[in-house]
Design a protein around this ligand. Structure first.
Ligand code: KIV
Ligand code: NA
Length: 266
């Protein structure tokens, strides 16, 4: 796979070819996933849960995100690396710039932040400094305490309208990519059609420009014993992890994953 860049992802959106993204936290899996054709590796703050065993993503630090990014960078074979800015590491513009600098120096090609239109100025400042930003909308796990749990977002018209407006404003502010988590499939389709930048989904239906899953979930591993509705076990029936990654890539590219059972209705 030739090195994936932002231009590659924009081209995939324009041609209607699905973008395949997976979380990744170390060198061996980075090599395996990128060699399986996974185009985007997300060093997600989900590492706080799946690697560190916390019950939320909130305890994860910028230093930890940078450390895992360096590990992923060493194993990566051409994928685009996106690293999450963790909880409270972008509450001010200065913090956002400093946190982003740390993960970009560690090897990220893009940073991801959770929020809404209030991040417009941050996204613009990052872009001015050469840092592409992906904004994570919908169910944003860093706000789990405000939401009162991990709940589907945008089922009522007020919140749906807010999410559409957030997406539009953030694109105008210079966001390079958007990510929708746990929103009704019809809303994700509207946002994807309206957006000029790639929109990745998780629990957002089949119409987004690409899909992402947490690696442990799609390998059928779970610390809690609970599997979210949007997860599919790609290890089932496969000989090894390489084959599971290839099956995931194939299913997303062919539009075979996700199906209606993995999504949420309006
Ligand atoms: O941290 C993470 O793994 C994520 C994905 C669930 C999108 O943000
Ligand atoms: Na995350």
């Amino acid at each position: 796979m030739p090195d994936v860049t932002l231009t590659t992802l924009q081209g995939l959106k324009q041609r209607g070819e699905k973008i395949v993204m997976l979380t990744c936290y170390d060198a061996t899996f980075a090599q395996t996933a990128s060699q399986a054709g996974i185009e985007v590796l997300l060093v997600g703050d989900s590492l706080g849960m799946v690697l560190q065993g916390h019950d939320s993503t909130l305890p994860t630090s910028v230093a930890e995100m940078a450390y895992h990014t360096t590990c992923v960078r060493r194993g990566n074979r051409g994928a685009l690396i996106v690293t999450d800015l963790p909880f409270m590491s972008y509450a001010s513009l200065d913090q956002a710039l400093e946190s982003s600098a740390q993960v970009m120096r560690a090897g990220a090609h893009m940073v991801k932040l959770e929020g809404g239109a209030w991040l417009c100025e941050t996204v613009t400042r990052l872009a001015e400094n050469g840092i592409p930003a992906c904004v994570h909308l919908g169910l944003t796990p860093q706000s789990v305490n405000l939401f009162g749990g991990y709940k589907v977002q945008g089922r009522d018209e007020g919140r749906a309208r807010q999410l559409r407006a957030d997406a539009e404003a953030l694109e105008r502010a210079g966001a390079a990519m958007l990510l929708l988590e746990c929103v009704p499939s019809p809303l994700a389709e509207q946002i994807t059609r309206a957006a000029g930048v790639p929109v990745i989904g998780i629990g957002a239906g089949a119409a987004t420009d690409g899909q992402v899953l947490v690696m442990h979930d799609m390998l059928g591993l779970s610390l809690t014993g609970r599997t979210p509705k949007f997860v599919k076990d790609f290890m089932a029936g496969q000989e090894n992890i390489q084959a599971a990654f290839a099956a995931y890539t194939h299913a997303v590219k062919q539009g075979e994953f996700p199906t209606a059972e993995h999504g949420f209705s309006a």
